[in-house]
Structures are given as structure tokens and as C-alpha cells.
Design a protein around this ligand. Structure first.
Ligand code: SF4
Length: 338
């Protein structure tokens, strides 16, 4: 691990100023990913700006009837907040599907969105990796790629985003509030993470020095018919091979609104609004769910070790939609798929 200096920011403005003015500086909060990256020599910040004492910790009601979650609220605090459990159980469930209780206690809302891929080569500085060293190559495309993407890939990178929380937030159309050298702005979560294209080293649309201050959940009612279904190699603790956040609204036996987001399959949570629209006005059925899955997976491309994900994703979408339609969300305590 490289030597680095440490300072504790006293305000959001100070934190932004310190990082905006120094390309070698990084914000640190829970540290559940950054410290690993520093130990592996993937990240080499000269300065760490500790933001854990900033006033970004509450969960508040918004004027529009939604919730505003401070960027420093821990993943467990979000998952077990009674308002989140009552009004956004899909988010609570997705967070509880991820990591371990110890990690969820330390990891923050903002940090979860910013965690980096778990591609094996990204963490191995003895190998090339376009995300770590732009222009060096992508060994995953021809090497071990079981956990890699099947949608939205490029010749430069086939990594996935590892978050469960972000997948539910994508389905819930969350808004990411940020502050930076040029003031504050709001980024719809669909525009927050990016596809790798020819710049895989850039994970998201934050500008230099911008800090996440909160995530806003708009008012909506997907509290009855939802599920977060995560398929992984180990039930105890593993990143998703494929996950599906599904939320439906039903009236008189027909779908009136639908949201679907996939994790483990792309460089960002994957949504296809045209596929969601196929459900509108229709009665739930396996046949319909299969057609929706086919639309979502249109253009999916497998590699040597991960081609199985295409069929797995299709089955997971159908199962998740069935769970949501029946109002029987996946248990995150008994993690066996129901
Ligand atoms: Fe690096 Fe992306 Fe290729 Fe993994 S998939 S080796 S992160 S460029």
C-alpha cells in the first residue's frame, strides 16, 4: 500500500474543494471498496478526504411524498428503516441480498453506488486491464469471464457493476443528488452509471470533485407486487450472476405499471422501458413474461464462460415477474429461490 495523507472534511464545500483541486485525492467514507483497492494497488490516492463527519446522514421525507436518503446513511440503516420497508420494500430487499451484515453496517449509500467492478483482472495488477490502465487490453474477453457482462459490452471492457442496491434504485427511478465545484445538480439514476464504450476507466457521469449528497426515492406505490431475485454461486455471500428487481402495479388482474432492472449482466443496472411497456394492460402469464424477457435480452452476447447467463437471465426474469405478480417476494433470509 502506498503512503497517503489524511484529512477530515468539515463541510461539503471543503470536501469538494479538496478533491476538485487535487487529482490524487479521493473521498473516503465506509471504505469497504476503496481500502481493498488500495491494498491491491489498484487505487493509489496520495490524499484521503474523510467525509464521514459531514451532515449527510439522515433519511427525510420529501415534499413530493418520497424519501431523501443521505449519502452517508449506511446500507443497513436504509434496509431496516421502517419507511423504506413499508414504502420501498424492493430496495430494502435488494440491500439485504447483498454483502454481509458487517459490510452493510459500514458501507454507505453513496459508496455503494460508486463501488467498482469485481472483475478478477481489474484487481490483479500483474495483468492488463483497460479499466485500470487505459489502452492495455481486456484479458477478460478471452480469459475467465464467468461473472462478466452479456449486455452493453464493448471490445474494451465486459465488466459488470456489482451493486444490488443500485439495481433496485434503477427500478424505482431514484435521483442522485450531487454537489461539486459548479454547484448542485440531480442525476437520474439511469444516467448515473455508464456503459464502458471506449472509456471503460470511467464508471459514472460524476465530474471531478463532485460528491454524492443524497439519493431521492420518488413517491410511488410498488409496495405490494415486487421482488428482488438474486442468483449467485453461493447463497451465503456472493455477487450476483444475474439479479432482477421487479415491481408491478396491478388493477383488476391486469398490469398497469411495471419496472424491471437487471444486475450482474452489464456495466450498469440494465433497464429496457420498451419491455416494461409490453406488460401494460395485460394479465400476468408465463408466456407474456417470457416475451418480455426475450425483449430485454435482445442483443445479449455471451463469452466462453458466461454464455449460460443468457438463459439464466431469461429464467430469472420470468421467475421474478411471477413472484411479483403473485405478491410473494423472494425471502432474503431463506435465500433459496422460491
Ligand atoms: Fe478490465 Fe473491464 Fe476487461 Fe475486466 S472486463 S479486464 S475490468 S477492461
Amino acid at each position: 500500500m502506498n503512503r497517503f495523507s489524511y484529512m477530515r472534511a468539515a463541510s461539503v464545500e471543503e470536501a469538494v474543494r479538496e478533491v476538485a483541486g487535487d487529482p490524487t485525492a479521493r473521498f473516503i467514507a465506509g471504505g469497504t471498496n476503496l481500502i481493498d483497492l488500495m491494498k491491491y494497488d489498484v487505487e493509489r490516492p496520495d490524499r484521503l478526504i474523510d467525509i464521514t463527519h459531514l451532515p449527510l446522514k439522515g433519511i427525510e421525507e420529501t415534499e413530493g411524498g418520497g424519501l431523501r436518503i443521505g449519502a452517508l446513511v449506511s446500507n443497513d440503516e436504509v434496509a431496516y428503516d421502517s419507511r423504506v420497508q413499508d414504502r420501498y420494500p424492493l430496495l430494502s430487499s435488494a440491500i439485504r441480498a447483498g454483502a454481509s451484515p458487517q459490510l452493510r453496517n459500514a458501507a454507505t449509500t453513496g459508496g455503494n453506488l460508486l463501488q467498482r467492478t469485481r472483475c478478477y483482472y481489474f484487481y490483479d495488477t500483474g495483468t492488463p486491464c483497460n479499466k485500470r490502465e487505459p489502452g492495455s487490453g481486456c484479458p477478460a474477453a478471452f480469459g475467465r469471464n464467468r461473472i462478466h457482462a452479456i449486455l452493453g459490452t464493448s471490445e474494451h471492457c465486459i465488466a459488470t457493476h456489482p451493486s444490488d442496491m443500485a439495481v433496485a434504485m434503477a427500478a424505482l427511478e431514484a435521483l442522485v443528488h450531487v454537489a461539486g465545484p459548479n454547484g448542485e445538480r440531480v442525476i437520474p439514476i439511469a444516467e448515473f452509471h455508464r456503459l464502458p464504450g471506449d472509456r471503460p476507466e470511467i464508471d459514472n457521469t460524476l465530474e471531478r470533485g463532485e460528491i454524492i449528497t443524497a439519493v431521492e426515492l420518488p413517491a410511488q406505490d410498488f409496495s405490494r407486487n415486487h421482488t428482488y431475485l438474486k442468483v449467485r454461486d453461493r447463497l451465503s455471500y456472493a455477487f450476483a450472476l444475474v439479479s432482477v428487481a421487479a415491481a408491478l402495479r396491478l388493477d383488476a388482474g391486469k398490469v398497469t405499471d411495471a419496472r424491471l432492472a437487471l444486475g450482474g449482466v452489464a456495466h450498469k443496472p440494465w433497464r429496457v422501458p420498451e419491455a416494461e411497456a409490453m406488460l401494460s394492460g395485460k394479465a400476468p402469464s408465463s408466456d407474456l413474461f417470457g416475451k418480455v424477457a426475450d425483449r430485454i435480452l435482445d442483443g445479449a452476447k455471451g463469452y466462453e464462460d458466461n454464455a449460460f447467463k443468457i438463459d439464466l437471465a431469461r429464467r430469472t426474469i420470468v421467475r421474478a415477474l411471477s413472484q411479483a405478480a403473485e405478491g410473494k417476494p423472494q425471502s432474503q433470509t431463506d435465500k433459496r429461490i422460491q
